[in-house]
Write a protein that binds this ligand. Sequence first.
Ligand SMILES: C[S@@+](CC[C@H](N)C(=O)[O-])C[C@H]1O[C@@H](n2cnc3c(N)ncnc32)[C@H](O)[C@@H]1O
Length: 288
Amino acid sequence: MQSVKKLKREYFTELNQNNILLENIKQDLIDSDKIYLEYKNILLVKSDVLDENLFKKEFIDLIVTSPPYNVDIKYNSHKDNLTYDEYLEFSEKWIRNCYKWSKPQARFLLNCPLDKNKGGQQSVGADLTLLAKKIGWKYHSTIIWNEGNISRRTAWGSWLSASAPFVIAPVELIIVFYKESWKKEYGSGKSDISKEEFMEWTNGLWNFNGESKKRIGHPAPFPRELPKRCIKLFSFVDDIIFDPFVGSGTTLIEAANNNRFGIGVEVDEKYCRLAKKRILNEVQETFL
Ligand SMILES: C[S@@+](CC[C@H](N)C(=O)[O-])C[C@H]1O[C@@H](n2cnc3c(N)ncnc32)[C@H](O)[C@@H]1O
């Protein structure tokens, strides 16, 4: 009988070989006709991330994503005005699927609102943290992203009166979770972050501007700086980066441009087309 140690070593060796793993994933997706784009080290999958059978294996090293916020954004097909309970049910399903598809040392970086004021106040960040922990994700820390968009401020509640003022923090969260252990012991072991980047980014208050919806042509894109920092700080070169809500493709572009593999899911045909166009334009000549 093989020793547990040997089995463990073989398992980790398999997990290290991301190019082989990617081929396996690709074959499963080809069989189900779900690949929208395969380009360099990127796979864009047109599908619904709520489908728990979409992927058959654990393959994820790092998730970087921004899900729909349920603030009535006019997406092409996704309905962004669920009741809060329905929203938590939706969140539970996709966070559970991501957990299932993640390798044991995977990390999960969730960009979400701190709270919600429109349609009733809710503690979104805290509620999604609890939900993820209930599913099995372990909490590591929270980064506060100061988008600097105070000028958009219009809702004051009771103006100059204590009767019912509104307090709105112009920030979003990037909540950092991991699956089993925080220390990464497999993968290439290669980091490509500079001393300056490491020192600045490990300060959990990030200051950079949001992205223009008009410029990108999507109702809720995040800026490339966000996935770039997450990827370089929290993953090794050659890791598999996953975004279950691709939108305009920002995470996949940064994964490819930083020598990682990128796999992403987007349910909407129009946004798949947009992501494809951006990927073809913005992914540099690479490397792998
Ligand atoms: C907040 S946006 C992501 C934006 C992305 N970070 C970017 O930079 O463009 C959320 C995306 O999730 C997609 N979406 C919504 N429900 C989905 C589902 N069940 N499966 C896959 N994608 C979904 C929406 O169509 C939308 O494009």
